[in-house]
Write a protein that binds this ligand. Structure first.
Ligand SMILES: C[S@@+](CC[C@H](N)C(=O)[O-])C[C@H]1O[C@@H](n2cnc3c(N)ncnc32)[C@H](O)[C@@H]1O
Length: 236
């Protein structure tokens, strides 16, 4: 049972305002797929995978929530791209994928669900193993600013009409307990953040060569904000 099962129907209305990353990931897929499929880890309801398939790129989507995948399948059918999506229940740390691809993505901070370095390293190594030599892993993460924490800590905020979100930050443990509730469901899960230096070290330990560290989806170089977009290559 995944913590996202309970909010599978709420997820898209909840994240309606998150659009800034879609064209970035679709462009990466179109530029890098090399005529084959890409793998999206933590594919969710297909917020990114469905437009990626719409651009003609087949997607193998892995997620631990069967209900999120059901919603994804429905959206893919509605968009007429179901035959380009291959959806599989599985874990970030052990994706059920035997294929080797030129691009693996893990959008919208899904790696923050991994709560310690051992899990992160297993997941990054697993992503590396899915790549052909020279293939790329692209993902984004965040680390909160003091202002984020001060503005939101311990308060229910109406993120979208009728959908409430609460952030409980633990600055010592560097974890965020994120709760969401709406008419169609509610859940609560823990996310853990790291510094950029720590992500870089983990990527290098997992056998990647970091080729990009952006501060936003327009590819501006990282210069100290909350969001980071990583591009790492499996060496040839
Ligand atoms: C923030 S959502 C991102 C969904 C989608 N990529 C998007 O951009 O909208 C995180 C997704 O990761 C999945 N997830 C969380 N922990 C996971 C794990 N350990 N293994 C596989 N999937 C996981 C959740 O079920 C959820 O669908």
């Amino acid at each position: 049972m995944s913590l996202y099962d309970a909010i599978a129907e709420l997820y898209d209305p909840w994240s309606r305002g998150v659009t800034e990353d879609v064209s970035f990931y679709v462009e990466e897929a179109v530029a890098r797929a090399n005529g084959g499929a890409i793998v999206e880890l933590g594919v969710g309801t297909g917020r990114i995978a469905v437009p990626t398939a719409g651009a003609g790129v087949p997607v193998i989507g892995v997620d631990s929530s069967p209900r999120m995948l059901e919603v994804c399948r429905r959206y893919a059918e509605e968009a007429g791209v179901a035959e380009l999506l291959d959806l599989r229940v599985g874990e970030l740390e052990a994706p059920p994928v035997d294929e080797r691809v030129a691009l693996v993505t893990c959008p919208f901070r899904s790696y923050l669900h991994l709560l310690d370095d051992a899990a992160r390293e297993r997941a990054l190594r697993a992503a590396r193993d899915l790549l052909v030599a020279g293939g790329r892993l692209v993902f984004d993460v965040f680390a909160p600013s003091a202002g984020d924490i001060e503005d939101t800590h311990g308060r229910w905020l109406e993120r979208e009409p009728g959908i409430f979100e609460r952030a409980d930050w633990d600055e010592h443990e560097r974890t965020l307990t994120l709760s969401v509730r709406g008419e169609s469901g509610s859940t609560s899960f823990v996310l853990a953040w790291l510094s950029n230096d720590e992500w870089r070290r983990l990527l290098e330990r997992a056998g990647f060569h970091v080729i990009g560290c952006y501060g936003w989806f327009d590819r501006r170089p990282y210069s100290g904000g909350e969001d980071t977009v990583w591009v790492a290559r499996r060496p040839v």
